[in-house]
Design a protein around this ligand. Structure first.
Ligand code: NCD
Length: 309
């Protein structure tokens, strides 16, 4: 089973470890809706355990789904949901916060604007740290739920996937590209020139044998792939707003575009802004809301492998 104490980057995973978490998520999915919806079941697997959600950047799905995952397994949750509401606003550094909070709980999910924050936090924590997004760095639990979604479509083997949008600042695609290369996926990177996948990530991917193609045009690749993984241009990470304006609205997935590949599965980590036409939400191709639901069983799996005795 999973032996890592912290979950910081998908680069730390082996394929076997990921497969274990995905099968665990499958077993736990029956508990993901709890008793409220009628079909689910109740679990007390993590009774008596406390998760601290420390979120220093905006979040809807990641924070809430960690919270729901913990509660559905019988555990409890404490929260910091913005820097203004914590001692960070008084000038406390992250190291001190982690030293203290790790004595208050059994596990910490941390989202922070600085790349590397979770790795640093892990060295000061007495409990496991889960990286819930570190700046433009990594977002490993998002990747696990992305892989789970792809697996549910029976597409994980011999996958051909286009990662589209902001490949420079998007942490979801950084994490996902590493994990997918463990499965031998063919990766099509589609972005404006200014937002290409960073060179060092591409180098690492090639080193582990990944097959990579780059393009600036979705039309060039849509017929070749099983999945379009669309991302938001990460406005908040641009040092210069003028640079953002130059690339804003570059891509838009429309029902017209999907006609070029009627079976293509469309994923998105969400939030989406204007990169997917609202009409696409109603098509059989759209999977992003289901994908967001899968955050619950997958985060249940992550919490349980890290916390079970
Ligand atoms: C993503 C993130 O925070 O990196 N959101 C998420 O966790 N589902 C993607 C984004 O903000 O664009």
């Amino acid at each position: 089973m999973f032996t890592k104490r912290h979950i910081i980057s998908t680069r730390d995973f082996s394929k076997e470890e990921i497969d274990d978490i995905l099968s665990r998520a499958e077993e736990l999915e029956i508990y993901a809706q709890g008793l409220g919806r009628g079909a689910g079941r109740k679990s007390d697997l993590l009774e008596g355990k406390i998760l601290a959600n420390l979120f220093y950047e905006p979040s809807t799905r990641t924070r809430l789904s960690f919270e729901v995952a913990m509660k559905r397994l019988g555990g409890e949750v404490i929260n910091i949901s913005s820097p203004e509401a914590s001692s960070a606003a008084k000038g406390e550094n992250l190291m001190d916060t982690i030293r203290v909070v790790s004595e208050y709980c059994d596990i910490i999910a941390l989202r922070h604007p600085k790349e590397g924050a979770s790795r640093m936090a892990a060295s000061f924590s007495s409990v496991p740290i889960i990286n819930a997004g570190d700046g433009a760095g990594q977002h490993p639990t998002q990747t696990l739920l992305d892989l789970y979604t792809i697996k549910k479509e029976n597409l994980l083997d011999e996958l051909k996937i286009a990662l589209i949008g902001d490949l420079k600042y998007g942490r979801t695609v950084h994490s996902l590209a590493y994990a997918l290369s463990l499965y031998g996926a063919k990766l099509f990177f589609v972005s404006p020139d200014a937002l290409r996948m960073p060179e060092e990530i591409k180098m690492d991917l090639r080193e582990i044998g990944a097959e990579i193609f780059e393009s600036t045009d979705i039309k060039e690749v849509i017929k070749e792939v099983d999945v379009l993984y669309v991302t938001r241009i990460q406005r908040e990470r641009f040092p210069d707003p003028a640079e953002y304006s130059k690339v804003a609205g570059t891509y838009r997935i429309t029902t017209g575009l999907i006609k070029e590949n009627e079976d293509v599965v469309i994923m998105h980590p969400l939030p989406k802004v204007d990169e997917i036409d609202a009409e696409v939400d109603q098509t059989k191709n759209a999977r992003y809301f289901l994908q967001a639901f899968y955050g619950i069983p997958v985060r249940m799996a992550v919490l349980s492998v890290l916390l079970e005795k």
